[in-house]
Design a protein around this ligand. Structure first.
Ligand SMILES: NC(=O)c1ccc[n+]([C@@H]2O[C@H](COP(=O)([O-])OP(=O)(O)OC[C@H]3O[C@@H](n4cnc5c(N)ncnc54)[C@H](OP(=O)(O)O)[C@@H]3O)[C@@H](O)[C@H]2O)c1
Length: 232
């Protein structure tokens, strides 16, 4: 199996790569940096906030079974939109939604009908409800949910052998959660919830999350396309 995955420098993405390399698979990381030194790992340097760089990513598939995991994501400036001096709306939407959409398009165009394909877009529970101070983040994730459902139907119409998932991974113990907990309470009404999840040891480890998320690759069909970690 050949896995293409974005955002492999830390967090969930780094854990995914460790899992796949240990299992003997070929991995291509896509992103700004990485720390892997392994014969089965290669890296495409790409800043996902730069659309031209994203468009130039090539999917040079070496195996029949190919997986794309759009993992990289940013929470952005955690403040109400009207309180943000310099909004990063464009960066959040580009990294979390435009870049993964362009990568899905490149992946679908550059793979063959003979390939067995899986796309896993890492979404968020924030797609399902409005969370004040995360307006761009919530919007980017719900965009990926609907995009994933749509491209799955499109590829079904073309009779291709593909599964597409948009999965909310739960609350995971990564640097994204550190950033959330470090927010100023005045700016973020849900701060106490995230701090208590951490204090009560309720965050999922990246290792436990990956062990569940990889089950998506073995699924016979994308039913449902939009899912969450607890379903796996
Ligand atoms: N942690 C959670 O509780 C949680 C909950 C729900 C959903 N998620 C989703 O899970 C995914 C992984 O998040 P995480 O918690 O592992 O976050 P993380 O620890 O902050 O890691 C984010 C990854 O994305 C990469 N990235 C960010 N901006 C990039 C850019 N412009 N170009 C290329 N790569 C970029 C980072 O690389 P650099 O080192 O280059 O910045 C890093 O490898 C995200 O899509 C996130 O939205 C996380």
């Amino acid at each position: 199996m050949h896995i293409f995955i974005t955002g492999v420098s830390k967090g969930l993405g780094k854990e995914f790569v460790d899992y796949f390399l240990t299992a003997g698979h070929l991995v291509t990381g896509i992103g700004r940096s990485h720390s892997f030194d392994h014969t089965n790992f290669n890296f495409i340097h790409c800043d996902l906030s730069n659309v031209n760089e994203v468009k130039s990513v090539k999917f040079d598939c070496k195996e029949n079974e190919v997986v794309l995991i759009n993992n990289a994501g940013i929470i952005g400036n955690i403040k109400r939109i009207s309180d943000q001096n310099e909004s990063d709306i464009q960066e959040v939407m580009t990294v979390n939604a435009i870049a993964p959409m362009i990568l899905c398009q490149g992946f679908l165009r550059q793979t063959n009908d003979d390939n067995k394909l899986t796309i896993i877009n890492i979404s968020s529970g924030a797609a399902n409800r409005p969370i004040p101070s995360w307006a761009a983040y919530c919007s980017s994730k719900i965009a990926m949910d609907r995009f994933s459902e749509t491209i799955y139907l499109e590829e079904q119409e073309k009779g291709r052998n593909i599964n597409v998932f948009s999965v909310a991974p739960g609350v995971i113990d990564t640097s994204m959660q550190e950033k959330i907990r470090a927010t100023n309470k005045v700016d973020f009404s849900s701060l106490d919830n995230f701090r208590s999840l951490h204090e009560n040891g309720e965050l999922t480890s990246p290792n436990d999350a990956v062990n569940k998320l990889v089950k998506l690759i073995q699924k016979k069909e994308s039913n449902p396309v939009i899912c969450n970690l607890n379903d796996l």
